[in-house]
Design a protein. Sequence first.
Length: 133
Amino acid sequence: MARDTYPHYHCSPPVIATTKAVLKLNKFEKGKDRGGPSECGNAYHSNEEMVVALSIGWFKNMAHCGHRIKVTASSKSVYAKVVDECDSIYGWDNDHNYEPRCSNNIVDAPQAVWNALGLDQNIGMKGITWSDE
């Protein structure tokens, strides 16, 4: 599929008590998957930090910055701080490390979150639920 034909998402599914999402493995360090620094605080984060990025509709123009969310996979839950958006509108440019746009249901997380949930990082994506805490 040509990069210009990928969908653009301006919204995400409604946030409910247990919102279904896809956990995507991503690196938040300088020069890695995320491209530039995080939207919240204009900083990079270690892959050992319990942080996440939410799809643009859930991120709500920085409204979730600094909030903790509960991420649940396979009956195990962890808490992580929202530090960035997973851009569902733009992509394929230097600001986004030439990565494609996110879907509207993504929670990006580094190794620390995957490890705490006991997930195999080799799969790269996993169905989860998340909630505001």
